[in-house]
Design a protein around this ligand. Structure first.
Ligand code: ADP
Length: 201
């Protein structure tokens, strides 16, 4: 059951929305649990897409996770101060983090510290925002990872592999400068290829 890496390491799973990042994180974590490894999974608390304390894929599979408001919440939980403690996380073998793009830059030193301490860290997140710009702390994490998997979805227009997330507001492509949070707007996202991804200037 030895990992191909001698000690801890960092694995990053990226791609657009609907590319199966959560599915892949769930697959890896499930295998670690089968191998009787001690696992802790986190996600940002602002994402309550399905359930506050689960990582769920669009296809319906889910695993338990701890929703935390920020990186300090992950740190507190791992050092045994978390209020949502369901199992003693001391000496975890594997830490999984979904929607990693929503955490601040403090995520980088935390995951490097964990990997240096022998933990297998598995991150899943968007590599690009709806404008196809690199997203938050993900570019640096990609650079520092031992392993990177870039997944594709299916373009909703042509069926080609999709690398980008199309943001639609009232059915129309969002503008570059549209605020990230739009109150009261009919907002949706679709997977798109490079050709069919549109951003109004
Ligand atoms: P992510 O975490 O990357 O958003 P999920 O793991 O939540 O992805 O969901 C992936 C699942 O979404 C696929 O297995 C498929 O069932 C479903 N899906 C819905 N729309 C699409 C699409 N346009 N391309 C690919 N998969 C899609």
């Amino acid at each position: 059951l030895k990992s191909p890496y001698a000690g801890g390491h960092l694995e990053v799973i990226v791609g657009p929305m609907f590319s199966g990042k959560s599915e892949e994180l769930i697959r890896r974590v499930t295998r670690a649990v089968i191998a009787r490894q001690r696992v802790a999974v986190f996600k940002p608390a602002l994402d309550d897409r399905y359930h506050v304390a689960h990582v769920a894929s669009h296809a319906g599979r889910s695993i338990e996770a701890v929703a935390v408001p920020d990186v300090a919440g992950i740190r507190a939980h791992l050092s045994g101060q978390g209020e949502l403690l369901s199992a003693t996380p001391e000496g975890v073998d594997v830490v999984g983090i979904d929607e990693a793009q929503f955490f601040g830059p403090e995520l980088i030193p935390l995951v490097l510290e964990l990997a240096d301490a022998g933990v297998r860290v598995i991150l899943a997140g968007l590599d690009m925002d709806f404008r196809a710009e690199p997203f938050g702390c993900i570019p640096e994490l990609l650079a520092r990872a031992e392993s990177v998997e870039k997944l594709t979805a299916i373009c909703t227009v042509c069926g080609a592999p999709a690398t980008r997330s199309q943001r639609l507001i009232g059915g129309q492509p969002a503008r570059f400068d549209d605020p990230v949070v739009l109150v009261g707007a009919q907002e949706s996202y679709e997977a798109r290829c490079r050709v069919h991804h549109e951003v109004e200037k």
